[in-house]
Design a protein around this ligand. Structure first.
Ligand SMILES: [Zn+2]
Length: 370
């Protein structure tokens, strides 16, 4: 491992939820006029719109959002990684309706889904923030530690990739490809957006917490807020519109490579949670990061991955292997191919966010059971 590679891994793991991959290939995407405005608004059903980020695959991501416009008010699913981004998202909502935002639902506690909360709090007196009860406990404690770690680590990470780009090198020490260069540039734009307000960003805690489910009724619309089980975190919520057959999944579903944290994620439970999501039979799925999905094929692919990791890791632990031995005996080649293909950016992501932490998290779970 080269020095650069070591820096990369150390910093990127510190980035936690700011690291993952997005949707478009370099060829498709032009930088938006404003990095904060780098999203498309897509109509999903009458009064229901998805805000889909267009950032390139890379180490930094920002959350998708959903607007649910009701007879008298609006429900927003997820905020963003910086108030500047949420200000643009709110401006997009304003083009659709002048109704007030009454509820913001945070699908989990990660900063790229909650840091924009303060924009809604400031714009809409009385707005309520809904999240899982565990998120309310997590945010002022480990959440604050994670945020501090990001704010301290991100400038160095940004400088490192800028320096490498100047030398035409990638983080692994090889020659920089056009895909990698575009990805690094996208990362820098998002890092700068977050750091621009780093010190001032406030944590807005949930005012309503959910353990299992909460149902909102707005005219004819039914909005189910469901904790289907653990997966990406212990605080994952899904927003389900049964009449419109839409599911908003947060980071239980992230495309093109899932985002796994150790110890935050629950690899052993994740597949079962995804099966409950599939059982809702949504016709449209809005992932935490990535494009709107119109069938459950990617959910099945994710469930197969987590089932395989769980089974292979349990078998390795049962054979008495150490984690390091298990890493060698567990074979994820098929899944690396399916998720990352030939993309060097995605293959790095698969290593960092699946092979690395998912195996470690599953090994810890398997060892605890023995
Ligand atoms: Zn997340």
């Amino acid at each position: 491992m080269t020095g650069n590679r070591a820096i990369f891994l150390a910093l990127a793991f510190g980035l936690i939820e700011f690291a993952a991959f997005s949707v478009h290939s370099a060829a498709q995407v032009q930088p938006a006029e404003s990095p904060a405005r780098n999203f498309d608004v897509q109509k999903l059903a009458e009064g229901v719109y998805a805000v889909i980020r267009k950032d390139l695959p890379g180490l930094m991501v920002d959350a998708n959002n959903v607007f649910i416009i009701n007879d008298d008010d609006v429900i927003v699913v997820d905020a963003n990684g910086a108030p500047a981004i949420t200000t643009e998202v709110l401006a997009a909502l304003r083009k659709l309706t002048s109704k007030p935002v009454r509820y913001v639902i945070n699908t989990h506690y990660h900063d790229d889904h909650i840091r924009g909360n303060q924009v809604y709090r400031d714009a809409f007196p009385g707005v309520e923030f809904i999240a899982h009860a565990f998120a309310r406990d997590y945010l002022p404690n480990q959440g604050a530690i994670n945020r501090k770690g990001f704010l301290e680590g991100a400038p160095q990470f940004r400088d490192t990739i800028k320096e490498l780009m100047g030398k035409n090198k990638n983080l692994g020490g090889g020659d920089l490809t056009p895909e990698e260069r575009a990805s690094y540039e996208s990362d820098i734009r998002l890092i700068d957006l977050v750091l621009g307000e780093g010190a001032q960003a406030q944590t807005v805690l949930p005012t309503i917490t959910v353990e299992d489910r909460l149902t909102l009724h707005r005219g004819n619309r039914v909005i189910e807020i469901l904790h289907l089980g653990k997966g990406h975190t212990a605080a994952d919520l899904v927003v389900h519109l049964p009449r419109e057959k839409i599911a908003v999944t947060g980071d239980l579903v992230v495309w093109p490579v899932p985002l796994v944290g150790n110890p935050q994620s629950h690899v052993g439970a994740w597949a079962a949670t995804l099966e409950k999501l599939r059982a809702l039979q949504p016709g449209l799925i809005v992932p935490g990061h990535g494009p709107v999905m119109r069938d459950d094929s990617y959910l099945r692919q994710l469930a197969e991955l987590f089932t395989s990791i769980k089974q292979q890791t349990a078998a390795a632990a049962a054979r008495g292997e150490t984690l390091e031995q298990a890493r060698k005996s567990i074979n994820l080649d098929e899944f690396r191919e399916r998720f990352a293909g030939e993309s060097s950016v995605r293959r790095v992501s698969f290593g960092m966010y699946v092979a690395g932490p998912a195996v470690a998290a599953a090994y810890a779970e398997a060892s605890a059971k023995q």
